[in-house]
Write a protein of this length. Structure first.
Length: 128
């Protein structure tokens, strides 16, 4: 458990990405058994016209909700898309995790970002 805590702390401090943390956590337990309803929270960033998402992260809901404890309350989570910047901390993460934990399925969040001279980029958060 201490190793998992260190990995989550490194994500909170910005030393590693969520994707790197997922790989490390999987290496700690190569045959994970998902408890509960087994649902996953999926984060995707998709550029229109692309055959696959730029970002596609699927996390067990319980782990994602636990990770919320490590995001500073007044911290900023910035994302850049070409010339556009977006403050991901403006999303009500608690509400999204509460909906996901309550058994909601399907799309919980959708945002389309228009960029000059580029196809739109879409951010999707859903439960599967």
């Amino acid at each position: 458990m201490e190793d998992k805590r260190k990995i989550l702390d490194m994500v909170a401090e910005g030393k590693i990405t969520a994707e790197e943390a997922a790989k490390l956590l999987q290496a700690l337990n190569p045959n994970p058994k998902i408890r509960g309803n087994g649902k996953r929270l999926v984060f995707q960033i998709i550029q229109e016209g692309s055959s696959k998402p730029k970002v596609n992260i699927a996390i067990p809901i319980k782990l994602a909700k636990f990770g919320l404890n490590f995001i500073p309350k007044n911290g900023k989570i910035n994302a850049s898309f070409g010339n556009s910047n977006f403050d991901m901390s403006s999303i009500n993460w608690k509400e999204i995790f509460d909906m996901a934990s309550s058994g909601e399925t399907g799309e919980l969040f959708y945002m389309e970002i228009e960029e000059e001279d580029k196809p739109p980029t879409t951010i999707r958060i859903f439960v599967e």
